[in-house]
Design a protein. Structure first.
Lengths: 372, 246, 368
C-alpha cells in the first residue's frame, strides 16, 4: 500500500507538472463536446432540389410551391431538361431532381394517372432515403388535397381504413443532438483513457526510466495500478465535466440514475485503461503505441454504433462490434440518459465490460516483463 | 576468506546467433570495487543486465548476494542498486521528488526518507537545486544524483553502467569519491567503464573482449603480467584481437 | 540537391528499419478500408421489433407476415404485454413496437375502421423515423390490397431512381470518406511525431547545425512518408475496385494526382504541428485526439455539411479531408473530370502553400 502511495504521488506530480498536456486533456474534449454534436446533426433539412418543369401548368406550379414551402427543400435549380439538371447533381449543387413531364395536368385529369420522376444522388444513403421519402410524402399530400378538391369530401369513404397512430418515446421532439451528445461524450472519455494509458508506460520505456523501476523490488501489479489509478481519476473528471457541459449547453439531464452511470464508467475506465496498458506493453516507442491505438480508436468510433446502426451491419461486423467495449459504453450512456434505464437493465452490459476489464488488465500485467 | 557476493559460472547470453556474453565466470567479494572493462559491444552491459535481473541468461549459473539469478530475481532486487548508462531518473520531477519516490518504493520509512534526503542533498551540495526539476541540472550533477539514489536503500551491491560517460575530469574525480565512500560503508561496487584511469581506481578489474573474459586481476598484477606500466597498454594488447567492431 | 537526396536516403533508412511501425502503416489502412467498406451503412436493417397482437386474427396476422418478410425488421418472438414494452425499450432489446388492439379485423370489416399503434424508440430519432415510416407503408400496402376493387382516382405515381448507387450500399459513400480520413490522420501523425521525436531525443540539434537549410531537412523527413502514403493509396484503390466492387468511373491518373496533392497538404500540416510543439505526447494528442472526431464529422461523409449550422459549415472548410472527400467521390463514383473539381483542388493547393509559409515563418522565429 505504501509503495502504491509513492507511485501515485509520482504519477500525479508528473501529470500536474506538464501543464500543456493537462490543458489539452481538459480543453479538447470540452471543446469537441460543445461543437461536434451540432455538426453531427441528421435532421435532414435544406436538401438541394433541382426541378424540371416541362408542363408549366397550374398544377405543376402548385406542386412546386408546396415543395418549397415545406421547409425540407432548397430549390437550387429550375430547368427545362434533364441534362441541365443533371449537371447540378454532378457538381453537388443538387441532391435530388424532380421531373414533371409534359402534359402532367392534362394526363392526370384525363387518364386518372400520371408519373413524375425523381432522381436521387444516392451516394449518401441516408440522405437519399430521407430526401426521397420526404419528397414522396409531399407528393402524397399534394395528391390527397387534389383528390379532395376534385371529388369533394371523402369522409364517407366506404372502404375499410386502418388508422395508424405513431408515437415516439424517449425523445418526443426528435432532437438528434440529444442522441449524439451521450455517444460523443462516451468516445471522448474512451480516447482520453486509451491514449494516455497507452502512451505512458511506453514513454518510460523510450526515455529509459523504466529500467530504474525494473531493478527495484516493486510488484508488477503495484506498478500497473500506479499507472491506472491516476488516469482512472482523470477519466472520471473528464466524464463529470462532460455531463455538466451536456446539461449546460444542451440541457440534457439524465433520465436515469446518475449513480448507475458512475458505476458503469468506473468499471469501463478500468477496461479501457487496461487496453491502453496492454498495447503499451507490446510497443517500444510512443509512435508505435500511437498508431496501434489510432487503429483501434477508429474501430471504436466507427464500429461502436455511434453514427451508424450496428443492427444493419453484416454479421461478421456485428461480432467485431461485440468485442468493442465502446459499443457497450455508448449504448449504456444512451439507455441511462435518454431512456432512464436502471442498473438491472444495463446489467448484461456491465458484466461484459467487467470481463473486458479483468481480461485486459490480467493480460497487461502478465505481459509486462520486468526481466527480458 | 571474505564473503563472496557475486558468483557466476559460465554465464551466457545469446540473441539468436549472436553470443553477447560467452561463458563468463568470476567471483566478487564484499566491499570490493570490481571494474568491468571492454570496448563498446564487448558484452559488458549485457552481463550487467543479467546480474541485475533485467535480462534472463541463456545458460550458466550465478548468484547475487546469495540468491539464484533465475529463481530469486525479486529477492536480488531488494539487495542491489543500479545506475544505467542512460540517465534514468525522472527529468520532470524535482530532485527531492525523485529521492522520495525511489526511497519510497524501496520501502524506507518516512523518518528515514526525511533524514536520507536531507543528508543526500547536503552531501551533493544541491541545497539550492533541491526543488528544481532534474531535467534542468547539468549532466555531472545528474550522474551524482543517480548514484546517490541508486544506493539510497543501502544495498549490498551497486551496479554502475558507465557512470561517468560524458562528464568532465573534475566531476569524475568527485564521482569516484562518492564511490569510495559507499565502498567504505561495505557496499560492493560493480562498475563498467572504458576509461583506463578509472580502471586504476578499482581493486580488481576484468577485461572483456568479444563477450569473453580475457584477463581478471588487480591493476598492479595485470601490468606486471603484461609487462607494462600503463593500463592502456594492457587493454590495447588484449583488445587488438577483437573481431567485433561497433 | 545532392545533399537533399542524401538526407532523404537517410530518412528512408530510418523509416524502413522500424518494421513494427511499417507493418502498422501498411496494414492499418487496408484493414480499415475493408472493415469499414463492408460494415458501414446508413441503411436500417434487421431492426428488432416486437408485435403485441391482442386480436390474433386474419388481417393482423397478414400484416405481421409482411413485416416479417421485410428485410428491415427482425421480429422478437417473445410475446409481450403492453406493460413489458417499456421495459424492453429500456433494456435496449427492441427499437419498435407495433400494437394491434383486440378485434382488429372485426372492426375493420364491420365499422370500416381499425387502429394500429406504432411506438418507436426515438432516442435515435432518424432510425425511429425511418422504421415507423417503413411499418406505416407496409400497413398501407395491406390496405391497398384490401381495397383493390376500387382504384384510387387522380393518382400521381412517383418513380424514384437512385443515381450512382442504386442499391444504396454504404461503400460508395464511406470508402471515399474513410480514404480521406485515414490518409489525412496517418500523414499528419507520421510527420508530426517523427520530427518531434528527434527534437525530444536531441538528435534534431545535430541536424540543425549542419550547413544545410533547416526547413529543407524537415521536408526531407516528410519525403519517405509521401511514398508510403502513395503505396497506401494504391492498395486502397485496388481493394475498392476488386474487393468492394466500387467503380473508378473517372480518370485514374487524375485521382492519383489529386491524392498526391492531398498527401502533401497533410504532410505540411504535420510539419507545421511538429514545428509548433516540443513533445511527442503533445503532438500526438493534437494530431489524434484533437483531429480524429472533427475529421470524421467535418469531412462530411457521415453527416451532410449543409445540415450543419452556418458557423460549423465555415469551420468545415479548413478540414482538408472535406475537400479530398469531394474530389474522390467526384472522380470515382460520378466519373467527372477536372473541370468539376478545380475548386476543391485549388483549396488544397492554397492550404499547402499557406502551411508551408507558416512553417517557414515559425521555423525562423524559433531559430532566432
Amino acid at each position: 500500500m505504501r509503495i502504491l502511495r509513492f507511485l501515485l504521488l509520482k504519477e500525479f506530480s508528473q501529470i500536474f507538472r506538464n501543464k500543456s498536456i493537462l490543458a489539452l486533456i481538459m480543453v479538447m474534449p470540452v471543446m469537441q463536446l460543445i461543437i461536434l454534436p451540432m455538426a453531427a446533426d441528421y435532421e435532414v433539412k435544406n436538401i438541394n432540389l433541382a426541378i424540371i418543369d416541362q408542363d408549366h401548368s397550374t398544377y405543376s406550379q402548385q406542386l412546386i410551391t408546396k415543395i418549397t414551402s415545406s421547409g425540407y427543400f432548397k430549390l437550387s435549380g429550375y430547368d427545362n431538361s434533364f441534362h441541365e439538371a443533371f449537371q447540378y447533381i454532378e457538381s453537388d449543387k443538387a441532391d435530388l431532381i424532380l421531373e414533371i413531364p409534359q402534359n402532367f395536368e392534362r394526363n392526370l385529369i384525363r387518364e386518372n394517372k400520371q408519373h413524375v420522376f425523381i432522381a436521387v444522388n444516392a451516394i449518401n444513403g441516408t440522405k437519399a432515403n430521407l430526401g426521397g421519402a420526404y419528397l414522396a410524402g409531399i407528393l402524397r399530400n399534394f395528391n390527397a388535397d387534389l383528390r379532395l378538391k376534385l371529388i369533394g369530401n371523402t369522409k364517407l369513404n366506404p372502404s375499410p381504413t386502418i388508422e395508424i397512430t405513431a408515437s415516439n418515446w424517449f425523445n418526443a421532439y426528435m432532437n438528434y443532438k440529444v442522441f449524439m451528445v451521450p455517444g460523443i461524450l462516451a468516445i471522448l472519455v474512451t480516447m482520453i483513457g486509451g491514449f494516455l494509458s497507452a502512451l505512458n508506460i511506453v514513454k518510460e520505456k523510450e526515455v529509459g526510466t523504466i529500467e530504474q523501476i525494473n531493478v527495484t523490488p516493486i510488484k508488477k501489479y503495484h506498478f500497473v495500478l500506479g499507472k491506472l489509478i491516476p488516469f482512472w481519476i482523470l477519466g472520471n473528471v473528464v466524464f463529470t465535466i462532460g455531463l455538466f457541459i451536456s446539461w449546460l449547453i444542451y440541457g440534457i439531464v439524465p433520465l436515469g440514475n446518475l449513480s448507475v452511470l458512475y458505476v458503469f464508467i468506473w468499471v469501463y475506465l478500468f477496461a479501457i485503461l487496461g487496453f491502453g496498458l496492454l498495447i503499451s506493453t507490446y510497443c517500444e516507442t510512443q509512435q508505435q503505441a500511437m498508431f496501434i491505438m489510432f487503429f483501434f480508436m477508429m474501430l471504436f468510433i466507427l464500429m461502436g454504433g455511434l453514427f451508424t446502426s450496428i443492427d444493419a451491419m453484416p454479421s461478421w461486423a456485428q461480432v467485431i462490434a461485440k468485442f468493442n467495449p465502446a459499443t457497450y459504453f455508448i449504448e449504456v450512456m444512451r439507455m441511462v440518459i435518454l431512456k432512464g434505464s436502471r442498473l438491472r437493465d444495463i446489467l448484461p452490459h456491465l458484466i461484459k465490460v467487467m470481463l473486458f476489464a479483468l481480461v485486459l488488465n490480467t493480460w497487461a500485467i502478465l505481459n509486462y516483463k520486468k526481466t527480458t | 576468506m571474505k564473503e563472496v557476493v557475486i558468483q557466476t559460472e559460465k554465464l551466457t547470453k545469446r540473441f539468436g546467433d549472436f553470443i553477447a556474453t560467452n561463458e563468463i565466470t568470476f567471483d566478487v567479494t564484499k566491499g570490493e570495487i570490481f571494474g568491468f572493462l571492454g570496448a563498446n559491444g564487448a558484452g559488458k552491459t549485457t552481463a550487467m543486465r543479467m546480474l541485475c535481473g533485467l535480462s534472463l541468461p541463456s545458460s550458466g549459473k550465478a548468484t547475487i548476494a546469495g540468491f539464484d539469478i533465475y529463481k530469486k530475481t525479486e529477492e536480488i532486487k531488494k539487495n542491489i542498486g543500479y545506475m544505467s548508462q542512460k540517465f534514468s531518473l525522472y527529468e520532470d520531477l524535482t530532485v527531492l521528488e525523485n529521492i522520495r519516490f525511489f526511497g519510497g518504493i524501496y520501502g524506507l520509512s518516512n523518518a528515514q526518507l526525511k533524514s536520507k534526503s536531507e543528508a543526500l542533498v547536503t552531501e551533493l551540495g544541491l541545497d539550492k537545486e533541491a526543488k528544481k526539476l532534474v531535467g534542468s541540472l547539468p549532466l555531472g550533477w545528474k550522474q551524482k544524483l543517480s548514484f546517490s539514489v541508486a544506493i539510497i536503500h543501502e544495498p549490498k551491491i551497486v551496479f554502475l553502467d558507465e557512470p561517468t560517460g560524458g562528464v568532465d575530469p573534475l566531476t569524475r574525480r568527485q564521482f569516484w569519491d562518492l564511490i569510495y565512500k559507499a565502498s567504505d560503508k561495505g557496499i560492493t561496487i560493480f562498475v563498467t567503464t572504458h576509461y583506463m584511469d578509472e580502471a586504476e581506481y578499482c581493486n580488481r578489474i576484468c577485461i572483456m573482449v568479444d563477450g569473453k573474459i580475457e584477463a581478471l586481476d588487480s591493476p598492479t598484477n595485470l601490468k606486471k603480467v603484461f609487462n607494462t606500466n600503463s593500463m592502456d597498454d594492457v587493454f590495447y594488447q588484449l583488445a587488438r584481437g577483437a573481431k567485433r567492431k561497433e | 540537391m545532392k545533399q537533399f537526396f542524401a538526407f532523404v536516403t537517410k530518412e528512408f533508412a530510418h523509416v524502413l528499419r522500424d518494421r513494427k511501425t511499417l507493418f502498422i502503416l501498411f496494414g492499418m489502412p487496408v484493414v480499415q478500408i475493408l472493415i469499414f467498406g463492408f460494415a458501414l451503412t446508413n441503411e436500417v436493417k434487421n431492426a428488432k421489433l416486437v408485435v403485441v397482437d391482442q386480436s390474433k386474427d386474419l388481417i393482423s396476422q397478414q400484416i405481421i407476415n409482411r413485416i416479417e418478410a421485410s428485410r428491415y425488421f427482425e421480429i422478437e418472438k417473445a410475446v409481450m404485454d403492453p406493460e413489458q414494452i417499456e421495459a424492453a425499450f429500456k433494456e435496449g432489446k427492441i427499437r419498435l413496437a407495433v400494437i394491434f388492439p383486440a378485434h382488429f379485423t372485426d372492426n375493420l370489416m364491420h365499422i370500416n375502421r381499425a387502429q394500429v399503434q406504432i411506438i418507436a424508440d426515438a432516442s435515435d430519432p432518424n432510425t425511429a423515423n425511418m422504421l415507423s415510416n417503413y411499418v406505416s407503408s407496409i400497413i398501407q400496402d395491406q390496405q391497398v390490397q384490401l381495397n383493390e376493387a376500387n382504384a384510387i382516382p387522380y393518382a400521381i405515381v412517383p418513380e424514384i431512381r437512385m443515381l450512382y448507387n442504386p442499391q444504396l450500399k454504404g461503400a460508395p459513400n464511406f470508402v471515399p470518406g474513410v480514404m480521406a480520413l485515414v490518409l489525412m490522420l496517418v500523414c499528419v501523425m507520421m510527420t508530426s511525431i517523427s520530427i518531434v521525436r528527434e527534437k525530444e531525443l536531441g538528435t534534431m540539434e545535430i541536424l540543425l547545425v549542419s550547413p544545410f537549410r533547416p526547413l529543407l531537412i524537415i521536408i526531407s523527413k516528410a519525403v519517405p512518408y509521401l511514398f508510403l502514403s502513395l503505396i497506401n493509396v494504391i492498395s486502397i484503390l485496388l481493394l475498392s475496385v476488386f474487393v468492394l466492387d466500387l467503380p473508378i468511373n473517372g480518370s485514374i491518373a487524375l485521382l492519383f494526382a489529386e491524392s498526391t496533392l492531398f498527401i502533401i497538404t497533410n504532410l505540411t500540416l504535420g510539419i507545421f504541428i511538429s514545428i509548433r510543439t516540443n513533445s511527442q505526447q503533445v503532438a500526438m494528442l493534437i494530431s489524434l485526439m484533437g483531429m480524429m472526431l472533427p475529421t470524421v464529422l467535418f469531412s462530411g461523409f457521415m453527416f451532410p455539411i449543409e445540415n450543419m449550422p452556418m458557423p460549423l459549415q465555415v469551420i468545415s472548410n479548413i478540414v482538408p479531408a472535406k475537400w479530398f472527400y469531394i474530389i474522390v467521390k467526384s472522380i470515382m463514383i460520378k466519373g467527372v473530370g477536372f473541370a468539376a473539381i478545380w475548386k476543391p483542388t485549388l483549396v488544397l493547393v492554397g492550404m499547402t502553400l499557406l502551411l508551408l509559409g507558416l512553417s517557414w515563418k515559425n521555423f525562423k522565429i524559433r531559430l532566432a
